[in-house]
Write a protein of this length. Sequence first.
Length: 141
Amino acid sequence: MTRADVQEVMAIERHAYTYPWSERFFLQELTAHCARALIAQINDRITGYILFWTLPDAVDIHNIAVHQNFRRRGIGRELLCKAVETAQKRNLPRVTLEVRKSNLGAQKLYESQGFVWTGIRRGYYSDDGEDAIMMTLELKF
């Protein structure tokens, strides 16, 4: 993802989330040393994205979304796999994320890739106070 992609990414973000991240936040992520921002494209159209951090002991996924017209085609799974591949290439032992307790579709996707529940963060989402489910994928080397 580059600065030039942010407007198209923001359109996906606004449709995917009731409380979308701001454009400023995306631009900040592009400058963070540990941040990685990847996009999926079909015919030069951005169809999805993932933002994650590479930390000393894990890859931590912060945001993932797929354009509403391109869902259920494996794009989210492929983006998720790219984050896992990054952890594997760097010999990082785990991939972590938080997901809204109400987002059962995302939880199913993560579980299908081997993520398991590791805890609950009460009131994690500041916009509405919803709890987050902490999920982790432990990698074997």
